[in-house]
Design a protein around this ligand. Structure first.
Ligand SMILES: N[C@@H](CCC(=O)N[C@@H](CS)C(=O)NCC(=O)O)C(=O)O
Length: 201
């Protein structure tokens, strides 16, 4: 096994995979992709990742160019049943959150942060609306649960964590959401947790 993560430190998509590698205690090499320098659109990187997006995970000859797909791969290959359940219902419960990470989380807190931090040209009011819908739902969902999908941590929690921890960088205040805030703390208490890079204190 020779794992390499093509990683941009400020990216929450990258942090998801970095966090999963750490939780599973997997040694890996890191190649920093400097997006300010357009490294992600260089021909060498596009040969690996045709959409020119970070992160990319490489495991010998296996190349995975999506953060949630990388979590599935790591959980199936190196984790045990804990991180991605085998049973149909459990697997579907986890997938629900992987889809949310690429859907509502992206349309809300992720894009809000790229507007505020990187000056991206999206509709900020729409990101606030999506963030509220997502957070209201999560708050209700987590009211009597410690973890998103099972009674223990899974890759659902890993996928959803990174961008919610830095939601304030996009002007999204999660402090009124006490169950969500408590759940972030549960993730942070996992063995071998590593923090998301913060651009704003
Ligand atoms: N579906 C991809 C999305 C990754 C993504 O959007 N990455 C951003 C950086 S955080 C990116 O590379 N943006 C550049 C682009 O899309 O051209 C994943 O989950 O890994």
């Amino acid at each position: 096994m020779a794992l390499t993560l093509y990683d941009t430190p400020v990216s929450g998509h990258s942090h998801r995979v970095r966090l999963c590698l750490s939780l599973l205690d997997l040694k890996h090499d890191t190649v920093i992709i400097d997006m300010q320098n357009n490294d992600h659109k260089a021909s060498e990187y596009l040969a690996l990742s045709p959409l020119g997006q970070v992160p990319t995970l490489k495991d010998d000859d296996v190349v995975i160019t999506d953060s949630c797909a990388a979590l599935v791969y790591l959980a199936k290959k190196y984790g045990n049943d804990q991180w991605l359940p085998e049973d149909p219902e459990g697997a579907a419960r986890v997938q629900r959150w992987l889809s949310t990470a690429s859907g509502e989380l992206y349309r809300g807190p992720v894009l809000a942060r790229s507007i505020k931090l990187f000056g991206r040209n999206y509709d900020y009011d729409a990101t606030v609306m999506w963030s509220k819908r997502l957070l209201d739902w999560m708050e209700q969902h987590l009211a009597n649960r410690q973890w998103l999908a099972e009674d223990h941590a899974t890759i659902a929690d890993v996928a959803m964590y990174s961008y919610l921890r830095v939601a304030n960088e996009g002007g999204i205040d999660i402090t009124p959401y006490s169950a969500v805030t408590k759940w972030l703390g549960n993730v942070e208490n996992l063995d071998r947790f590593i923090p998301m890079y913060k651009s704003v204190e």
